[in-house]
Ligand binder design. Structure first.
Ligand code: SF4
Ligand SMILES: [Zn+2]
Length: 542
């Protein structure tokens, strides 16, 4: 094994260094490490190979290190296993000046990106991609029975509806371990038979071994309307990633976004009314922007009642081959910030993040050799964390406060209230004395109308309890899951709703979590997968 690596001891040394100071290694950092320490044949070592190597080392079996690598905290620390799969290469109705195009990858992605490489290996087949990721995660010791699916690639709503229906159906066939069926271009998948099959697959997944606890897709604001949301819910989607990029109408135009600010507001309002989790993509360093404008724009994300996202990915703009931005760069009309400027801007931005928001990414995971100009530091997030620590600054986003695998009995409930254009929001969280978060719940009380597709004014949009992903019945000293935190959060939300003199509450449940809510007195009454509890009739509770 040893001769396969060019610089193996150094990889191990770097890993040990990281794990002596933190329990946490980000996806970007992991990719940076394996790319830096390639095998002699030029390939990046797989996690299995690294684990095999460590285990084979005589007299030096580092159990702690193995455990850390197996856990890969960014994958399972949140209590579920996120699996990213991609849709096939396809065009997008937008034509943003910074967006790369390739015939080998879906719009906005590059074939060389690690995730896309995996998708290419499976020929973008959804069934195979799910199986492939599950098998890989199982092989390195994960419990994979709670699966969050992140469907990535271009603009979901631009794909043909037949393809989208087939794609999601295949995903559930894969999770349920039922045989795959190839896409048939002659089929009309919108017919009742195909949709009935999808409903049955969902039903089966409620009790399957690999349960789906969430699905997200990526789309543009101008593609979101009542009709598209109905489809999201038929598919079982619980979160929508919306590229908004900026709140500056001029910048949207300059960067050829081809949608307005009003369309952003309308889209996010509708998503909130449907109980969907709102995950925005925001960019700094767009063409025409500067550090002051970016800082102001970022602040507005949490001051403007039309935005206030649940999650955010921050993508500093960088120059990629084949983009119009590259032409502007060559003409001297655009230049990306240097690393120091970008670092200081991101530190300032982190200071504005409210408790209810989670920063899912701070930079995009693009191999630095593909970036013509722009940030090439792949572990910038960690560097920023280090600087903030030295300066005694804290980011209070959800991700930075997750309790990880610690069990803490000394928890107290904290409620953050905020208003949006369509609702009063209640962010309930159980925190320990260090302000680490063991579980949280998002409750929307709609102020102008009932939920978009459910007959209530109150909606639980998310319930999340942290801890290493565990088997459904398995209890662990390590984890804060299954100790009733979820139930407690639900009860608190129900109390708030009753106080508002409302008698019903809905929850947007992923297919595989429906059973959890049924046990707590909720039941399905509609075809869009919401569960409702009648708060005047608590005798239903089992
Ligand atoms: S909307 Fe997204 S995928 Fe489409 S061109 Fe713009 S950045 Fe690329
Ligand atoms: Zn943070």
């Amino acid at each position: 094994m040893r001769e396969k690596y060019s610089n193996y001891e150094n990889l191990l040394k770097e890993l040990k260094d990281i794990f002596t100071t933190t329990q946490y290694i980000s996806e970007e950092e992991w990719n940076r490490l394996v790319r830096k320490h390639k095998k002699v044949n030029g390939a990046t070592p797989s996690k299995n190979e690294i684990l095999d190597y460590i285990k084979k080392q005589k007299g030096e079996v580092n159990k702690g290190l193995i455990e850390h690598i197996q856990m890969k905290p960014t994958r399972s620390i949140s209590g579920v296993i996120p699996i990213t799969i991609f849709t096939k290469p396809y065009k997008c109705s937008g034509n943003c000046i910074f967006c790369p195009k390739s015939t080998k990858a879906p719009k906005s992605y590059l074939p060389e990106e690690p995730g896309i490489q995996r998708a290419i290996y499976f020929k973008y087949d959804p069934y195979q991609q799910v199986q492939g990721r599950i098998n890989a995660l199982k092989a390195i010791g994960h419990d994979t029975n709670k699966v969050e699916l992140i469907i990535s690639g271009g603009t979901w709503d631009d794909y043909d509806l037949n393809y989208r229906i087939w794609y999601v159906t295949e995903v559930f066939r894969s999770l349920n371990n039922q045989p795959s069926k190839k896409f048939n271009p002659k089929n009309n998948y919108t017919n009742n038979e195909s949709l009935k099959e999808l409903t049955e697959l969902h039903k089966k997944n409620e009790t399957a071994l690999l349960r789906n606890v969430g699905i997200s897709i990526e789309t543009r604001p101008d593609k979101i309307n009542k009709e598209s949301i109905k489809w999201y819910r038929r598919f079982g989607i619980t979160k929508v990633q919306v590229g908004i990029q900026s709140l500056d109408e001029k910048l949207l135009k300059l960067n050829n976004r081809e949608h307005s600010l009003t369309q952003i507001y309308q889209a996010l309002g509708l998503l909130r009314l449907a109980g969907l989790k709102i995950h925005i993509h925001w960019m700094c360093n767009l063409y025409g922007s500067n550090v002051q404008k970016d800082h102001k724009d970022f602040r507005k994300l949490f001051l403007n009642k039309n935005i206030k996202p649940d999650e955010i990915k921050i993508y500093p703009c960088s120059i990629l081959e084949g983009t119009f931005l590259n032409q502007l760069f060559r003409q001297g009309k655009y230049h990306p910030y240097d690393t120091e400027t970008l670092t200081e801007l991101l530190i300032k931005c982190k200071g504005h993040i409210p408790r209810y928001c989670r920063i899912n990414r701070l930079i995009r995971d693009i191999p630095s050799n593909l970036i013509i100009e722009g940030n090439k530091v792949t572990n910038l997030r960690q560097k920023i964390q280090g600087i903030m620590k030295k300066r005694n600054l804290k980011c209070q986003c959800i991700r930075c406060r997750e309790i990880k695998n610690k069990r803490d009995e000394n928890l107290s409930l904290r409620t953050t209230r905020y208003k949006t254009s369509v609702s009063k929001e209640f962010f309930l969280e159980f925190v320990n004395p260090q302000d680490q978060i063991a579980g949280f719940l998002r409750l929307s009380i709609y102020t102008k109308q009932k939920a978009l597709l459910s007959d209530t004014f109150a909606m639980i949009r998310e319930l999340h309890v942290y801890g290493k992903s565990l088997n459904f019945e398995k209890k662990s000293q390590l984890s804060s899951q299954h100790v009733g935190l979820g139930t407690k959060l639900l009860q608190e939300a129900e109390k708030i709703v009753k106080k508002k003199k409302l008698d019903k509450i809905s929850v947007i449940a992923a297919v595989g979590t429906r059973g959890y809510y049924v046990k707590r007195g909720y039941s399905t009454k509609d075809s869009y997968g919401y569960l409702i509890k009648d708060l005047n009739n608590v005798s239903k509770e089992k």
